[in-house]
Ligand binder design. Structure first.
Ligand SMILES: C[S@@+](CC[C@H](N)C(=O)[O-])C[C@H]1O[C@@H](n2cnc3c(N)ncnc32)[C@H](O)[C@@H]1O
Length: 480
């Protein structure tokens, strides 16, 4: 069954930079930018000292410990600020100083009352961005093939925890279950766990998995929710830690890591300083540099140790994601003790990430500080850091990253698209071709004959896949 969304989706792109990114969304804070080159949120360097832009020697981290930060006076006049903006300003005011970019990002995305993900469906043509599972059913089906192959390598256990982190609309999981429905031994083994912070998206997932609540009231057993797609029990959790342990486990994280809050550091004459978000006298948000080391500096130092000197030497900015490091260790420990493996697919680099944080509203890049809570914030995933974090845990192996194109190609997406093309309408065939290109292609689709501004752009090389597996299983397909 083909989703019509494929056609609608062809003009809209997810955070994979299908459309050229406006300069204001990129280098607003680079030390070489003059104020006139900056975006609408002005970068204010409150640090004193001559020539802040002169880079220090690249080795080691030195941060000025002198000087206390003076919080600005905040206006108490009534304003038209949204609840989230008021909340952010309140934190800054009562903290007596700016907050980290990571804290800002976390509040903007997942604040329980007004976070971007919390109260609405942000996906698809009507939303803010589109993701691979929403582009084509083939994506979830291929992830299902991967999960089934891993399950075979795990010895075909008859009970497995299948955990998805950040399942969005639940489309990937629904396509995985439909695609695998003929392989009863596999599907019957699955206990599905959705790790999702958004109550609105939890409801959408419930509906896309065609869930029902079993009425066990007269049997004196716990009430269960079942997906009627394959009769698997499904449960929801706010964090991975809340998912019960003790069963062999398969974890899928598609575009979950990029939503985890990043700390941003900028090189100044006196060393690396953390970029913070403050409120100015005009009551708008802007960036400032921390005058002294922040707690996140410890994670910068950790990341420094994993990098080659020359890799860091060329950078003026570095992003670190302690939450990604911690999450990876939680995943790796679970895989180490329960067996199984995890698949992480996201856009990013196999190395230190410099300045990637971006905001997208209604399929357009916007300023990170503009009307927080109404635009998605995401950052490139540092896959090298994920690898190093996992490798600190015993009994697990890490493979990849490989490109999404290699991953889907090796799992047989070409055969799948051919099979679907054999039995479809012309309109569906066009959707299939553009969807296929988006998933595995690189750059503009060469076959496109439609309007220039709707040309499908491939994300096959921008997106990377990595796996963390229990050593017992050997190397999973297709990472050999
Ligand atoms: C970019 S969307 C990706 C959705 C889906 N995986 C897809 O590819 O369509 C991120 C998802 O992670 C969820 N999410 C983000 N941060 C989270 C957190 N800290 N805890 C739990 N879920 C989170 C969001 O609500 C959303 O479902």
């Amino acid at each position: 069954m083909l989703r019509r969304l494929l056609v609608q989706a062809s003009t809209h792109h997810r955070r994979c930079l299908f459309t050229p990114r406006p300069a204001s969304a990129y280098r607003r804070c680079s030390s070489s930018s003059s104020p006139s080159q900056m975006g609408t949120s002005t970068f204010v360097d409150r640090l004193d000292g001559p020539n802040e832009s002169t880079p220090p020697p690249p080795t080691g981290i030195s941060v000025d410990r002198s000087g206390l930060y003076n919080p600005p006076e905040h206006s108490h006049e009534p304003s038209s600020d949204s609840e989230l903006v008021k909340h952010l300003k309140g934190i800054i005011k009562f903290r007596g100083g700016p907050i980290s970019v990571a804290e800002y990002m976390e509040e903007v995305l997942t604040n329980p009352k007004a976070g971007f993900y919390i109260n609405r469906d942000v996906f698809g043509a009507e939303g803010d961005f589109i993701t691979s599972p929403e582009v084509s059913q083939m994506f979830g089906e291929m992830v299902g093939v991967w999960a089934m192959c891993l399950w075979e390598q795990m010895g075909q256990p008859n009970k497995v925890n299948l955990i998805e982190l950040g399942p969005g609309r639940g489309t990937l999981m629904a396509d995985l279950l439909r695609g695998a429905s003929k392989f009863k031994n596999f599907t019957e083994s699955l206990h599905i766990h959705m790790v999702e912070c958004s109550p609105t998206l939890q409801k959408l997932q419930y509906s896309h998995l065609k869930c029902i609540d079993e009425d066990n009231s007269d049997m004196n057993v716990e009430k269960r929710t079942i997906s009627t797609l394959s009769r698997n029990p499904v449960s929801w959790h706010a964090t991975l830690e809340q998912v019960p342990t003790g069963l062999p486990t398969i974890i899928i994280a598609h575009e979950f890591y990029d939503a985890l809050p990043v700390h941003q550091f900028q090189r100044a004459a006196r060393g690396w300083c953390e970029k913070m978000v403050d409120v100015g006298e005009d009551s708008s948000f802007h960036f400032v540099l921390s005058p002294q080391p922040t707690p996140a500096t410890l994670f910068l130092m950790k990341r420094y140790k994993w990098a080659a000197t020359e890799e860091i030497a060329k950078l003026d900015q570095i992003e670190v994601c302690p939450r990604a490091m911690e999450l990876t260790q939680t995943i790796a420990k679970r895989i180490s003790s329960d067996g199984g493996g995890a698949l992480i697919i996201d856009y990013g680099f196999n190395g230190v990430v410099s300045d990637s944080l971006q905001a997208i509203r209604k399929h357009k890049f916007v300023d990170i500080l503009d009307n927080p809570g109404t635009a998605d914030l995401s950052a490139y995933v540092d896959f090298a850091s994920v690898r190093h974090s996992a490798e600190e845990v015993s009994d697990v192996s890490v493979y990849g990253p490989i490109t999404q194109s290699q991953f889907l190609g090796s799992l047989g997406i070409n055969f799948r698209v051919e099979a679907l093309l054999e039995n479809c309408t012309d309109e569906q065939a066009e959707s299939l071709r553009t969807g296929y290109w988006r998933l595995v292609g690189d750059g503009e689709a060469p076959f496109w004959e439609g309007p220039d501004d709707q040309v499908p752009i491939g994300m096959g090389t921008r997106y990377l896949a990595m796996t963390i597996v229990n050593k017992k299983q050997g190397i999973p397909i297709p990472f050999q």
